[in-house]
Write a protein that binds this ligand. Sequence first.
Ligand code: BDR
Ligand code: CA
Length: 318
Amino acid sequence: MHFLLDGDPGHDDMLTILLAAKHVEVVAITTVHGNQSLEKTTINARKTVELGGLQHIPIARGLDRPLVNEPVYAPEVHGKTGLDGVELPDPVVPLSDLTAVEMIIAMSHEYDDLVIVATGPLTNVAAALRIDPTLAGRLASISLMGGSLTFGNSTPAAEFNIWVDPEAADIVFTSGIPLRMFGLNVTRQAAATVKELDRIRDLGTPFARTIADLVEFYRANLERVYGLKGASLHDPLAIATFIRPELFTMKPMHVGIELHGTRTRGMTVCDYRHATGESELGGKNAVLRGEPANCDVAIGIDVEGFFDLLTDTLAMYA
Ligand code: BDR
Ligand code: CA
């Protein structure tokens, strides 16, 4: 399999890139607006590849605003730069001449087993699917961090990546492409507390200390904003599933994106009924008339196994 990482770095997007690069073949990184402006997330992607010595991976600049909404950023979580906590050197690695949409389409022609790992708003992916209607048939799958089987973070119902660009998410979830969804119901469990960060710091390399300091900034913000004790490492789960699939429990179900609700716009409406086979009225599947499953939704995670994978991988960097 070949992987294209589409995201809005962001502390946890950064970890996704670093995790992926040591275990799978990453053919491109594409950037999108989200945690910060496109300008800033693109700089952060370039800083990340330089930090990890991954300059061979092409980076393509994506779209700077959602399909319909006005852009919304998350400085309260990721800081002014989108990757606050350590001042990394200004990057020199050049950007690709292709746009993100062109890169997605080009890579789908080059590799017949291309997986997109999407860890930001789905604007680039949706735009590529719109521009090239044959793209859906060429992608092996999309694994994404977004949504939730339970609660939201941007609103009570909606998670940030979906809420920022629900129309894009709708295009992806109705595309027919095999999907894996890692929502807040599992990603909040992957919480790096001071203990996990000390374990990373104790790897003893300057690289590990830099990562621990960056994630500590993010952890402290999540504690301040949401009262969380640990830094939710949302995004890396979308690639970890390909490295250590046994860490996750997945259930196929239908997921629809709410576009109109006054309180629920951007919600991932997950039809758990088929996943459980239970019906409120008793008989198994007696009255269920839901749509067929379009997504494998993560419902469980081996948190300790995930942190072992992450720490062991970070130890592979100098
Ligand atoms: C998502 O939003 C961003 O803050 C993170 O990078 C993650 O992709 C979590 O809601
Ligand atoms: Ca992200």
